[in-house]
Design a protein around this ligand. Structure first.
Ligand SMILES: Cc1ncc(COP(=O)(O)O)c(C=O)c1O
Length: 605
């Protein structure tokens, strides 16, 4: 029903009609959510599970080390975590804790990320510096090497190499490693494929590689050139382009050594290891496992090295999405269902109704499995006729409303009765009767890749898991923007339950949101990052730590440059000058209560 077999990687299970974290004492996501909400927190909540970071890091190292052993490969495996994927301290501190067993390093793509890497990386673990660099950033890299870090500056263009040559003269005896990113023919696949290929933004072409080699030799830097780097794009869905890229890079590596790059001993594959986001079998994102990926890397690079009689390269990876995505879940409360206006309770039938309304009533009361299709067609036809009668003034607004409700109800019932009938007509109708669920969250803030790239994330509710959901669901967020919507799509459909929110709470969870989403987030309408918490699970239960509530309204305004004190003075002045407010102190204190709460909605929750 929810596609856990595709996306959940055994991290979550449904047991006793509860969605549980599949680890040690197996707490349910609902009990964790309730626990946090009893502390008065409202709005969306981002839950972080450190054990899932450990699982991903361990699986990555073990898969590559096993492949190396099985293939009798002489090179070793090393990895760095690309900071761009998630730089926030609540994530990064946990990642470093959970990966302490390994010599796991960091990858930086900007000055700020490099500064972070210099301060957080343990000495001895590798630091890779990618992306465009000016002279200051290169000098920062040399400083980092002077501090004793194992740092590699990856050259993205020849101008950077000229800058390195110049700066190396100012730092005699400081020897950062030099990497060169190569621009491969091969590209990845899917949304992020343009990071690779001959027209990509980064890396050196074959001609430039030869020129770089000559420059390194001429300037006595050849012994620092140790790593060949490539990255063909994030979320590589198909293993074939990766194998092609490995063959291309392996041959470049061998040629460079044969041309005099005597210290070259490593290939950095970049990131791109995909995760499975799909909830439906026909929408699977990737066609390989991590083990297959690791085997291919080791086998292809080993075979080329043997055939070209060069040493087998050390293998570096910079996988980010694979490491970070699964550790975080966004839980959003549902605030309202927007087809409630079509509820049977809203019918205002008259003592004497127009004949077509009477006929709709009869269809509604007698529809069953056998007559469903016929009655559905009749209802649709009646609706068209009734709308025309309204346009010509023969029926009033109450009749029109009754017609809309009755037809909507008939469509809903017939879709359930005819659920095995997958004709295009019924599929189209299903789209028409979607339920709109208003969620207390911002898609711009929490799922920017959905907004920008259409990247789908697995979604499911936390309750009613014993009931088959029959409402085709569109999710509306609370931003004032019609792009803040995840529309029902019949080729990857999301069905949710019919819920009476006056009686029951209903939460939807978004999975695999731990990579890129936090840092790409947008403050559209001034919604800030959701409340977040770290959930540590052991055999006896779970512990919530670092519960950080979403920023208050005043904090959000302060953050974009409005002085909190000036704002408060202004509110105070307006209240005390107002002729319409008698209880001025009470009004001010009420206002302060509102402004010190987070910006998500509290009213109906
Ligand atoms: C150079 C480089 N390395 C690593 C990564 C991380 O990629 P991923 O998160 O897909 O593993 C990226 C991201 O695009 C990148 O540009």
């Amino acid at each position: 029903m929810w596609g856990l077999e595709y996306w959940a990687n055994n991290d979550f299970v449904i047991e006793d009609n509860n969605l549980k974290v599949n680890y040690k004492s197996k707490p349910s996501l609902l009990e964790i959510t309730d626990d946090i909400r009893t502390q008065g927190i409202r709005g969306p909540i981002l839950l972080r599970f450190p054990h899932l970071l450990k699982k991903q890091v361990t699986t990555m190292y073990e898969s590559f080390n096993d492949a190396i052993k099985e293939n009798d490969y002489s090179g070793s495996f090393s990895a760095v975590y690309p900071l761009k994927v998630n730089q926030f301290p609540s994530f990064l501190n946990e990642l470093q804790k959970q990966s302490s067993k390994y010599n796991y390093g960091l990858e930086a793509g900007s000055k700020a990320e490099l500064a972070l890497a210099i301060s957080l990386n343990k000495l001895g673990a590798p630091i890779m510096v990618n992306g465009f660099k000016d002279r200051e950033m290169i000098a920062l890299g040399y400083l980092c090497a002077k501090l004793g870090h194992d740092i590699t500056l990856t050259i993205e263009g020849l101008e950077e190499l000229h800058a390195i040559i110049e700066i190396s003269k100012k730092f005699p005896n400081v020897l950062p490693k030099i990497g060169i990113r190569t621009r491969l023919h091969s590209t990845g696949s899917g949304i992020w494929e343009k990071s690779g290929g001959i027209n990509s933004k980064f890396g050196l072409s074959a001609t430039e590689l030869i020129e770089a080699l000559d420059l390194l030799k001429a300037n006595n830097l050849i012994n620092q050139f140790t790593i060949l780097h490539f990255h063909i794009g994030s979320q590589i869905s198909d293993i074939a382009p990766m194998k092609k890229a490995l063959r291309e890079a392996g041959n470049i590596y061998a040629s460079l050594i044969q041309m005099g790059a005597s210290a070259l001993n490593a290939i950095n594959l970049g990131g791109g290891l995909a995760i499975e986001y799909a909830q439906h079998e026909n929408k699977l994102h990737k066609n390989y496992s991590l083990r297959e990926f690791a085997n291919d890397v080791v086998f292809v690079l080993g075979a080329i090295a043997k055939s070209k009689n060069v040493k087998e390269p050390l293998i570096f990876t910079e996988s980010g999405r694979f490491i970070a995505a699964s550790h975080a879940i966004l839980i959003a409360p549902v605030l309202e269902l927007f087809t409630h206006e079509y509820n049977e309770k809203s019918l205002r039938l008259k003592e004497v109704n127009p004949p077509l309304i009477e006929e709709l009533k009869a269809l509604y009361n007698t529809i069953n499995e056998k007559n469903a299709l016929e009655y559905l067609h009749d209802a649709l036809e009646h609706k068209e006729s009734l709308l025309s009668l309204f346009d010509f003034g023969y029926i009033d607004l109450i009749d029109r409303s009754n017609a809309e409700i009755l037809v909507h109800q008939i469509i809903n019932i017939s879709l359930v009765l005819l659920q095995n009938n997958k004709t295009p007509e019924l599929k189209k109708l299903q789209n028409r009767v979607q339920e709109r669920y208003l969620i207390n969250a911002s898609i711009f803030q929490s799922l920017p890749d959905f907004w920008g790239l259409g990247q789908k994330f697995p979604i499911m509710p936390l309750t009613k898991l014993d009931e088959k959901p029959n409402r085709p669901a569109t999710l509306w967020d609370i931003t004032c923007d019609s792009d803040g919507e995840i529309e029902f799509s019949s080729d990857a459909p999301l069905y949710l339950h019919n819920v009476d929110l006056t009686k029951d709470e209903y939460f939807v969870a978004f999975f695999l949101v731990g990579a890129y989403q936090e840092v790409l987030s947008m403050r559209h309408n001034l919604f800030s990052a959701p409340t977040e918490a770290i959930i540590e699970i052991d055999d006896n239960g779970y512990k919530i730590s670092e519960l950080t509530e979403s920023a208050s309204v005043l904090d959000i305004l302060d953050d974009i440059g409005y002085e909190r004190s000036t704002l408060l003075q202004e509110f105070q002045k307006k209240i005390f000058e107002s002729k319409h407010i008698e209880d001025k102190d009470d009004t001010l204190s009420l206002l302060l209560t509102y402004l010190n709460q987070n910006s998500y909605l509290r009213t109906t929750e």
